[in-house]
Ligand binder design. Structure first.
Ligand SMILES: NC(=O)C1=CN([C@@H]2O[C@H](COP(=O)(O)OP(=O)(O)OC[C@H]3O[C@@H](n4cnc5c(N)ncnc54)[C@H](OP(=O)(O)O)[C@@H]3O)[C@@H](O)[C@H]2O)C=CC1
Ligand SMILES: CC(=O)C(=O)O
Ligand SMILES: [Mg+2]
Length: 646
């Protein structure tokens, strides 16, 4: 296993200099016959390295990360980690004093390499071959037993943040075990690595920060972002989740500490959607923060300045977007996450036509909520067009969902989009969005300014508009008061109530409140998970309406089809695919989303639908189109089972 690594330090194990300053022979370390020849001066960043085995070229890795020999599968999504050929840092010659070196992993270094470490699961042969004798206690255990042991250990922590930190430590120690744990125990661990705990982790990120797990690109890096991207050890990046930390969940501006979100989202790309971990790059853009508490916190890890805006902000973002394309090509997927709405819509509009981008909060959320509504209608009856929708919160999530519902109504009924929008009303911090407010409204709210008298309070809006569906996207907890839920229950036999704001503290109401105040009649879903609720002898299982159902499968579908743009129809396709995964058994239990324990199967179906749409729209570049896209998606998925090292 061989790979080209950027290494800050070199050790003397295993490689001896040869007669040519650019040619090195591996000695001792397996396989002994591998010869490594640097074809250009190692100091030259444009050099490439030829890796041979018994003089047969294995592959040539160029400094830009491309390789020229056919044994490297051109379709990385199907090859899993196989292509991460690998050794530990090793060199003796001065000529190798360069940021780029061949790495040869064995012994102590192998145990400290999260991508290849197997801990006690290294078998006897591997312990011999990889110089591990004595570095591990004698017992050899299976990955399954390691999972069992880790779960016991994680369950002993009472505080969710401790569980989070234990999971992050595991990710840094043994990546495959981390993903095996997460995949096998997804319902238990999702709230640990994702909402709600990731919210607290971001708030305290400065204090709990141990090792960087993503790229921090701050204003200090302006003019150097291309170089900064090259500092990341992996070259073959397929998905980037990027935030600027200004609207982290419903917790506001957490500046640089928002990094927990891209890391968490990308761990779901792998666990839930099967994208290789080495293909995922978490990025935080640090332009400062307006959070005074953080600015005064001695442990804050970001720039201590107020947020850059206007041209300064736009230029940094543009440099980042251009550098990403330059480094990784046009098929790298960029997911915008938790930007404040005054930037989010503009970034999406600006880069949606030049890059493979989507905004998870606007589009991913819309897709998951539409799926939940479509499923809920099977219980409540009627078509989307028969319903009236009221939102508390008219930002990214609120208007994003509203627009996708309107698009779907318009598609289903041939109704003009303008007409379909009239079935949807939104309330923001100033009250109902109405025509008389139009001049002062942000552009994304204007399509929702209907003819209606102004209303300040949500409960009055409920009584005035008489919605059948109430959706919370305000980021403010406990805003669906008893009065509001009771008003919904008075108007509807089965009121549909979604409290989407995250984390749990910001949920518009709890599951217990929704069921109790509606006398067990509400069809309820929330952004962060709630436990089942018992009400009058019946157990109600709330759904989790979270974009985590959508983005992993959407991303996989885009990657496996080689899509070059995200189209609204793909989000509709993802939504339909998710809704189709709700079984009668789920409905019988009152569920409008399928259980997360089936998420990899669900993601494969979503990916297949998205890929099919990409082919249909002529946006897919990977040819020929696989016959069975679901099977292909499953085949592409990363499997965290250990590989044996020969
Ligand atoms: N479940 C899921 O998958 C997802 C959940 N979310 C959650 O949704 C929430 C909102 O996110 P997002 O839309 O991006 O945020 P935005 O900041 O874009 O929008 C928030 C909206 O809520 C309004 N608002 C704020 N306070 C109140 C209030 N007291 N009463 C009425 N309206 C209020 C704001 O009004 P104004 O415009 O007047 O300021 C704004 O319109 C967050 O908590 C986030 O975690 C987001 C994405 C996905
Ligand atoms: C889930 C999510 O993306 C959010 O709350 O912002
Ligand atoms: Mg988000």
């Amino acid at each position: 296993m061989i790979s080209l690594h950027r290494s800050c330090f070199l050790n003397n194990a295993g490689i001896s200099g040869s007669s040519s300053p650019f040619s090195y022979k591996l000695k001792k370390l397996p396989p002994a016959s591998v010869k490594v020849t640097a074809l250009g001066p190692n100091r030259d960043r444009n050099s490439s390295v030829l890796i041979e085995n018994n003089n047969n070229p294995l592959k040539e890795i160029k400094e830009d990360g491309t390789s020229s020999v056919a044994d490297v599968d051109p379709n990385p999504t199907v090859t899993g980690e196989d292509r991460d050929l690998y050794y530990d840092a090793a060199a003796t010659d001065d000529q190798l004093v360069t940021p780029w070196s061949l790495s040869v992993a064995s012994g102590y270094s192998l145990l400290r390499d999260p991508h290849h470490n197997k801990g006690l699961a290294f078998n006897e042969k591997e312990r011999d071959s990889y110089y591990l004798r004595g570095l591990l206690p004698p017992t050899v255990i299976s990955q399954e037993l390691q999972v069992k042991k880790m779960m016991c250990s994680i369950r002993q922590y009472q505080v969710p943040l401790q569980k989070y930190m234990a999971m992050m430590d595991l990710q840094e120690l043994n990546e495959r075990l981390f993903y095996k744990l997460l995949i096998d125990n997804v319902e238990e661990l999702l709230p640990v690595v994702y909402t709600p705990t990731v919210g607290e982790a971001c708030q305290k990120y400065g204090s709990i920060f141990r090792r960087p797990q993503g790229l921090f690109i701050s204003l200090k890096e302006k003019g150097k972002i291309h170089e900064v991207l090259r500092n990341w050890p992996q070259r073959d990046i397929q998905v980037i989740v990027v935030t600027d930390g200004e609207r982290i969940l419903g917790l506001g501006d957490l500046g640089c500490q928002g990094m927990g979100i891209p890391i968490g989202k990308l761990s779901l790309y792998t666990a839930l959607g099967g994208v290789r971990p080495s293909a995922c790059l978490p990025v935080t853009i640090d332009v400062g923060t307006n959070n005074e508490q953080l600015l005064n916190d001695e442990f804050y890890i970001g720039l201590r300045r107020r947020r850059a805006t206007g041209q300064e902000y736009a230029e940094l973002m543009h440099e980042f977007m251009s550098a990403v394309k330059q480094n990784y090509g046009e098929k790298v997927l960029i997911q915008f996450e938790d930007f404040a709405n005054h930037n989010a819509f503009d970034l999406l509009a600006k880069y949606g036509t030049t890059h493979l981008v989507f905004n998870d909060d606007i589009q991913g959320t819309a897709s998951v909520v539409l799926a939940g509504l479509v499923a809920a209608l099977k219980v409540v009856g009627g078509t989307l067009a028969d319903h009236r929708f009221l939102f508390l919160g008219a930002g990214e999530a609120g208007t994003g969902i509203a627009e996708l519902i309107a698009l779907e109504i318009s598609k289903q009924t041939n109704m003009p989009l303008e007409e379909a929008r009239k079935k949807i009303s939104l309330v923001d911090s100033k009250g109902l969005i109405v025509k008389s407010r139009i001049d002062s409204l942000q552009h994304f709210k204007k399509p929702w300014a209907h003819d209606h008298e102004p209303i300040k309070k949500l409960v009055d809006a409920v009584n005035g508009i008489k919605p059948t569906v109430l959706i919370g996207t305000s980021g403010v907890g406990r805003t669906f008061t008893k009065e509001v839920v009771e008003a919904m229950a008075a108007l509807n036999e089965k009121p549909i109530i979604f409290s989407l704001s995250n984390p749990t503290s910001q949920s518009e109401c709890t599951a217990e409140e929704a069921y109790t105040w509606s006398q067990g009649r509400a069809i309820f879903a929330s952004g962060s998970p709630f436990d089942p609720v018992e009400y009058k002898g019946r157990v109600f299982v709330p759904g989790q309406a979270n974009n985590a159902y959508i983005f992993p499968g959407l991303g996989l579908g885009l990657i496996m089809s080689g899509a070059i743009r995200v189209h609204d129809d793909m989000l509709l396709a993802a939504s339909e695919a998710l809704a189709a995964q709700v079984t009668q058994e789920n409905f019988d239990k009152g569920l409008i989303y399928p259980p997360f324990r089936n998420i990899r199967k669900i993601s494969a179906h979503i990916a297949a639908s998205v890929a099919a749409k990409a082919y249909e729209l002529g946006l897919a570049t990977r040819q020929p189109q696989p016959k069975d896209l679901v099977k292909y998606a499953e085949h592409c998925m990363y499997n965290p089972a250990y590989q044996s090292y020969r």
